[in-house]
Design a protein around this ligand. Structure first.
Ligand SMILES: O=C(O)[C@@H](CO)OP(=O)(O)O
Length: 208
C-alpha cells in the first residue's frame, strides 16, 4: 500500500523578501512566491503525484501555496483542512523586526539560537520544542491515520512547523536540528512504512 506524505514550505512571502521575522503574522506571497508554489506543483505533477487530502495552516501564505499546488495538479476541488496547529513558530516580540537589525542589536549567535536551536524560545515566542509540542500531536491525530489508511496527503505549511515534523520523521537530534533549513517551494516527498518510519524521501529541488 502507498503511504504518501508530501511536505511543502510556502513560497516566498512579502516578509521573507523584506527579511522580517514573520511567525504568526500574515503577509501574502510575493510574485516569486506564487511562481515557486506553482513550480512545486508542476514538479509533483511530473512525478505523477496526486493527493486525496491537503492540510495547511491558518495563515494565508501556506493556504495560497496549497491552492496553487493543487491548481497545477488539476485538483483545485480537493478537500483542504486548515488548522493553526500547523502555523509557523510564534516569533513573539521578534515578529515584524528586521533580521539584520536583530543581529546588530542582540548579536549573531543569540539570533541564530532563537532561529535554529531546539529549545531556546525567542522573547515571548515559541522554541522549536514548543512548536513540536503542537505540530506532533496534531499530526499523530489528524494526518498520520490518513497516511496509514493509504490516503495521499499534502501538508503545505512553514519553515519551522515543517522543521518540527522533519525532525521527527528523519530522526534528527537536538544537536543536528540546527543545521536543517527548508527552502521555499521545495516539496519533500515521503513514503512511509506501516510503522510510520520512512521508507523513502525525495527532495523535489528546483532542478529535480
Ligand atoms: O520569519 C519567520 O517566520 C521564519 C520563516 O520565514 O524565519 P526563520 O528563517 O527565522 O525561521
Amino acid at each position: 500500500m502507498e503511504r504518501l506524505l508530501v511536505l511543502a514550505r510556502h513560497g516566498q512571502s512579502e516578509w521573507n523578501l523584506k527579511n522580517l521575522f514573520t511567525g504568526w503574522r500574515d503577509p501574502g506571497l510575493t510574485e516569486l512566491g506564487v511562481a515557486e508554489a506553482r513550480a512545486a506543483g508542476r514538479r509533483l505533477k511530473a512525478k505523477g503525484i496526486r493527493f486525496d487530502v491537503a492540510f495547511t495552516s491558518a495563515l494565508s501564505r501556506a493556504q495560497r501555496t496549497a491552492a496553487l499546488i493543487l491548481e497545477e495538479l488539476g485538483q483545485s476541488d480537493l478537500p483542504t483542512i486548515a488548522d493553526a496547529a500547523l502555523n509557523e513558530r510564534d516569533y513573539g516580540d521578534l515578529a515584524g523586526l528586521n533580521k539584520d537589525d536583530a543581529r546588530a542589536r542582540w548579536g549573531k549567535e543569540q539570533v541564530h539560537l532563537w532561529r535554529r536551536s531546539y529549545d531556546v524560545p525567542p522573547p515571548g515566542g515559541e522554541s522549536l520544542k514548543d512548536t513540536v509540542a503542537r505540530v506532533l500531536p496534531y499530526t499523530m491525530r489528524e494526518i498520520m491515520p490518513r497516511v496509514l489508511r493509504g490516503e495521499r496527503v499534502l501538508v503545505a505549511a512553514h519553515g519551522n512547523s515543517l522543521r518540527a515534523l522533519v525532525m521527527v520523521l528523519d530522526g534528527l537530534t537536538t544537536e543536528t536540528i540546527p543545521g536543517l533549513e527548508l527552502a521555499t517551494g521545495v516539496p519533500l516527498v515521503y513514503h512511509l512504512n506501516a510503522d510510520t518510519t520512512v521508507a523513502s524521501k525525495d527532495v523535489l529541488d528546483r532542478d529535480a
